[in-house]
Structure formats: C-alpha cells, structure tokens
Design a protein around this ligand. Structure first.
Ligand code: GLA
Length: 517
C-alpha cells in the first residue's frame, strides 16, 4: 500500500472514531435543544456555595408530625446546623430534613446554618406553632396537566425524585400532589382503573396503578417532601372516579392514615346534588364539612378548594378552614389568556393573606398535555417571554406555585423559569400581599407588591407584539428619593434612581424588579 492511500485510510478511520465519540454529545445536545429552543435563560446558574432559600415563616399545629426539608442550593455535600431548634424536633445534618413533633403553641425562631467546601450561608426561620398552615403560598407539583388519567404510583415517585434531583426542592417546591384518577371508576378505557369503588367496610379502594398508598407517601416523606391527594364532595370526581359523598369522614381519616398532607376537594358531581340556583350556604356546605373534618385530624393537611370561584369563594374560603381556593375554571383551557386571568385575580387581591390564598391554577410550562384532549405532554407553544411573565404574575399575585408539567422532561429553560430564588422570594414573602395594578393601558400594565423588608416588587408587563417602553414613577409607589433597583430575573443590580425606573419590556413579556431604599 502506498503511503498516500495508507494515510487516507487512517484519516477516514479517525473521522469515524471521532463521530462515534461525539455521538452521545450530539444526542444530548438535540435532547436539550428541544426544550431550550424556548428562549434565553436569564436566571443565573446557582453558585457552588450554599444559598438557603424557602419561606421565612412556617405554620404548623402543635402535637402533629413535623416535616421540613431545608431548601438550599449549592454543591453537596452540605452540612446543616440549627440554633434554637425546639427539643421536639431533630435535624438530619446531611439531608437538611427537620422532623419530629410540632412543639407547643408558640413562635420558635431558629437560625439555619449550611456549610460546604465552597462557603456557608445562614438564614432565620420562624416556626409558628398554632392554628394556621400555609403561611406562605404552597409550592409543589400536581400531575394533572401532564398525565391526566394516565397517572401511576411509579410516576408520582419519579416526580418526587426529580423534585430533588432537578433542584426544585432547593428553591422551595415541596408538595407532590396526585390529582384525579387514583381511585376506581365503574367505567374507564383503562381496565386497571375499573373495579369496586369501596370495600365492604366502605373504604375507598385505590385502583391497580396505586397498589400501596402508604408506601407512596412514605417514599415522598423520606425525601423530606409532602404528599397531596384529590377527591370530590360528590359521588364522582370530574373524571368519573369514586368521590367522597357520604364517606367524607371515612375518606379524610383514610387520607390522614395514609399520610397525606394536602387535599384538593373538587366540586364536580356535587353540582348534581346541589341543584340549580345554589345559595351561598349551599356552596359552602361541603367545604365547611370537610374543613372541620380535616382540622380534627392529627396531622397538618392543607385544604385546597376547587369549585372554580363560585359564590365568590375568596370571600369565605378562610371561614371554611381552607388555605387556598381556585378562583376560576381550568387554566389549561385559557393558556392564551394568562394576562387577563392574572388581572382578574389582582382585583380580588385583598382576600389574600397568610394562610388564605387565591389560586388561579397551576403553572403550565415545559412539557404539558393539551387540556382539550387530555393529551400526551408536548413542549408548550407559549412564547418564552410570556413564560417569564406567567411566573412573574403568579409570584406577584402570591398565588400557590404548583407546577403541572411533565417532571421527566424538565429542560434547562423551564427550570430557569421555575427556579429563580429571587422571583420565588417575592411569592413567598411573609406579608402575603397580592400585587396591585397601579397602571394599565391598552398595551402595558404595572403590578406592585409590598414586601416585608420595606422593599417593593414591581412587574412591568407588555401585552403587545413589539417591545414597549414602560416606566414606573416613584410617586406612584408612594416613595421618594434615591432607591436601589434590582433586576430579579437576571439577579442583577441596576443602580440607583431618584424618581423613576424606565425600561424596554420585551413583547408579551415582563421586566421584574425589586426597589429598595
Ligand atoms: C377539574 C379540576 C382540574 C382537575 C380535574 C380532574 O376539571 O378543575 O384541576 O382536578 O377536574 O378531573
């Protein structure tokens, strides 16, 4: 073989080998780009040193089981320590999970310390042992808009795994909630979801996709996360599965015994029992009943009303011992109306307060199934800018932050929207105020939320299809003089201003800032 041909063969072999070596990289790149094609990532990657996130106040009821995983970003292993932890509680220094029994009524101020090879962080947390739960809006995941009637025990466990591995739990996501379709139905296209609704003692029977409810909550709790479940006050859920009607006590006891920490109670077929022209008392009746039952359980169960805003639920949700209530229909059908839905919620913002939250429904970004056909998850067609606006709106409204997309397909762009700790801190602020709309014209609007440290979160929104210049003037905020402005999405200081802040806001998007003295 002459030298020329030999070196050609060598060259060709090198190219083939290089391609084989690069193949996985190309595959990964393709996989990532499917999600990342959404848009520019603004949230800076978390630093390696610890950053403790999560609420500054946490409500719980004396004598009940206590479970709290310290949300903390940074390179693991992280060593956790706590000063002032009541003796009834213990800390796992490796996982940062605090567990035990809620101590007697009172406020316990603890100081959390997190240290790793790169540095340390400290943060105060007030544990408020009393009557109230959900002192800040609940954060978590719900299966509905990703998996509908395809949900299984395995998928729930995987979602809990991903809540930890993706870093979502490190910024405060906590509840892993099953929605409809975990029970049996009389008729369903999936034979594994068909069977007797109750046993001979009247206990509700989970379908074959949920063989071990206690095992499932234990799995979720072991990770320091909490578990949620769903039913209806009617005989059937909206999906046609067994509801709690005439078994309310028994089912609530069952949920508590299984170890659930959250109940979504969905009106559905109760409408047939309530009839037409329902009175206010009629709307309240099933929720009042379940509110009392849940309160009498010996574990903390957050009570989430789902009755689509009927009877102005925001005016009385707190009175029936609920912690959050849906203010409208299913947002899955209205994803093109995010701005309108948010503006409508801002109008009833005065009903928001610690322990009582208006709920405009879930965050549906990333891979979600079309609500009209209960579809298989696909990448959301929502423009990237609007996704930033969506998360900003829910944070400013102090709405529950419950993600409802496919956890197994979370991509870097979606996580950047879900996991910005400075944006989340606005949502979790202990004052619990809903933002007010201080300016609105045909294209833009401005939302303002006062925060507990005296600073103000401001969302400058543009609904138009082209970039718009939007300004917020200090006098509109009832402040004056030099104020510091920080871009929350970019986590970047923008300097000081004496009278106003003006910015170009991207089409269908937002600029979200925090203004402080
Ligand atoms: C209703 C609720 C949804 C979901 C489905 C389940 O439509 O509003 O959030 O729980 O029922 O069937």
């Amino acid at each position: 073989m002459n030298i020329k041909i030999f070196s050609r063969i060598l060259g060709l072999m090198a190219v083939i080998l290089l391609n084989i070596a690069l193949l996985p990289t190309f595959c990964n790149a393709k996989k990532l780009s499917e999600g990342d094609k959404n848009g520019e990532i603004l949230t800076p990657a978390p630093n390696l040193n610890p950053r403790i996130n999560g609420p500054l106040v946490y409500g719980c009821r004396p004598g009940h089981p206590f479970l709290y995983r310290i949300p903390c970003q940074g390179k693991r292993p992280i060593a956790f320590k706590i000063k002032g932890l009541p003796s009834e509680l213990k800390l796992d220094p490796v996982t940062g999970i605090i567990s035990g029994t809620v101590p007697g009524k009172g406020v316990y101020e603890i100081l959390i310390n997190a240290r790793n090879s790169e540095g340390k962080d400290t943060r105060k947390l007030k544990i408020v042992a009393g009557e109230q739960l959900a002192l800040t809006p609940p954060m978590g995941w719900n299966h509905w808009y990703a998996h509908y009637d395809r949900i299984t025990d395995k998928m729930m466990r995987e979602a809990a795994d991903v809540m930890i591995s993706s870093g979502m739990a490190d910024v405060g996501y906590q509840y892993v909630n099953i929605d409809d379709c975990w029970m049996n139905a009389e008729k369903n296209s999936d034979p594994l979801r068909v069977g007797p609704l109750r046993d001979d003692k009247g206990n509700v029977i989970p379908n074959k996709h949920f063989p071990d409810m206690k095992g499932l909550t234990t799995y979720i709790h072991t990770k320091g996360l909490k578990a949620g479940i769903y039913t209806s006050p009617g005989p059937r859920t909206c999906g046609g599965f067994a509801g709690a009607w005439q078994h309310e006590d028994q089912d609530a006891n069952q949920f508590a015994n299984w170890g659930f920490d959250f109940l979504k109670y969905d009106w559905c077929s109760y409408g047939e029992l309530a009839g037409e022209n329902v009175s206010l008392a009629g709307f309240q009746k099933p929720y009042q009943q379940m509110g009392k039952i849940l309160k009498s359980q010996d574990r903390d169960i957050v009570f989430n009303l789902c009755q689509y805003g009927m009877g102005d639920v925001w005016k009385w949700g707190g009175e029936v011992d609920a912690h959050c209530w849906r203010t409208g229909g299913d947002l899955g059908f209205e994803l093109d109306r995010i701005f309108d839905v948010a503006l409508k919620n801002a109008q009833i913002g005065q009903y928001n307060k610690p322990g009582e939250w208006n709920d405009p429904d879930y965050i549906q970004i990333g891979w979600i199934g079309n609500a009209n056909k209960m579809g298989i998850p696909e990448l959301t067609p929502m423009p990237a800018n609007m996704q930033y606006a969506y998360m900003s709106l829910w944070s400013l409204l102090a709405a529950p932050l419950i993600y409802s997309g496919d956890m197994s397909k979370l991509d870097a762009f979606t996580l950047n929207i879900l996991c910005n700790p400075e944006v989340i801190a606005v949502n979790q602020d202990p004052l619990g105020k809903c933002a007010e709309v201080i300016h609105r014209d045909s294209v833009s609007f401005i939302m303002v939320k006062p925060l507990s440290d005296g600073s103000t979160a401001v969302g400058l929104f543009n609904r138009g299809k082209t970039t718009a210049d939007v300004s917020v003037v200090w006098s509109e905020l009832k402040i004056s003089g030099d104020h510091h402005v920080r871009d929350l999405w970019r986590e970047k200081d923008l300097g000081f201003s004496v009278d106003k802040f003006s910015t170009a806001v991207p089409p269908e998007g937002v600029v979200m800032i925090r203004i402080s003295k």
